[in-house]
Design a protein around this ligand. Structure first.
Ligand code: ZN
Length: 223
């Protein structure tokens, strides 16, 4: 049994965050999914749901270990098809919230590069250069495993020909990271189309992290 049960407040916060993702234009149709972790339990958004119109009761509590649905799940909704991906991120990190989107520029960059170029110091919010994992079929264990591995020391990952995943301590923090990653990808795309952008060195990024610590900014390191 979890010592940190999922509450009605968690369900409400997840629905509010899902609506924010939809209203920010980070997803189209029924794409995208979110989750929060509480102890050994994970609350995920329901399969085939539009993120802007989810009933809190339809969010599904699953076991972190094997993805099994809680016995007392109140509706007939099913967990998102990417529940295994969310569980893999939690297994690889100590994050407590995950957001997966098909946001436009993150998806574009995922078709072009193997790693997000160091185009802006905001990249340090992700713990280092954001990796792009090879294409694998959505909802597959193969995709979940490669995403979990790519989260080593990171707060975000791009999925080739698919989208993006971010992880944070809170669901609001994860939504913010999803927006930041989309912005970084848009800057990288436009700068690359316009010419040959100057990129930051590893030393530039290290000194940015030091400055962020000195000024007590958050989200500069993977938790
Ligand atoms: Zn997806």
């Amino acid at each position: 049994m979890s010592l940190d049960p999922i509450t009605a407040d968690d369900r409400h916060a997840l629905v509010v965050a899902a609506r924010a993702v939809a209203e920010s234009g980070l997803v189209v149709g029924a794409s995208g999914n979110l989750s929060v972790r509480r102890g050994e339990r994970v609350l995920v958004t329901p399969r085939r749901a539009k993120l802007g119109a989810i009933d809190p009761e339809d969010c599904v509590e699953v076991a972190l270990a094997d993805g099994s649905v809680a016995d007392d799940h109140p509706t007939d909704s099913e967990p998102t098809s990417e529940a295994a991906l969310h569980r893999a991120v939690y297994a690889a990190t100590d994050a407590r919230a995950v957001v997966h989107t098909h946001s436009h520029f993150a998806t574009v960059l995922g078709t072009l590069v193997d790693e997000l170029p160091a185009i802006h110091y905001g990249l340090t919010a992700f713990g280092g250069p954001v990796r792009v994992v090879p294409f694998a079929i959505f909802g597959s264990d193969e995709l979940a495993a490669s995403v979990g591995a790519a989260f080593e020391g990171r707060r975000g990952v791009l999925l080739a020909n698919h989208g993006a995943v971010v992880a944070a301590d809170t669901i609001d923090g994860a939504v913010d990271l999803a927006l930041q990653l989309e912005w970084l990808c848009s800057v990288a795309y436009h700068a690359t189309v316009a010419g040959s952008p100057k990129l930051l060195s590893a030393d530039d990024l290290d000194r940015t992290v030091q400055q962020s610590r000195a000024l007590r900014y958050s989200l500069t390191e993977p938790s």
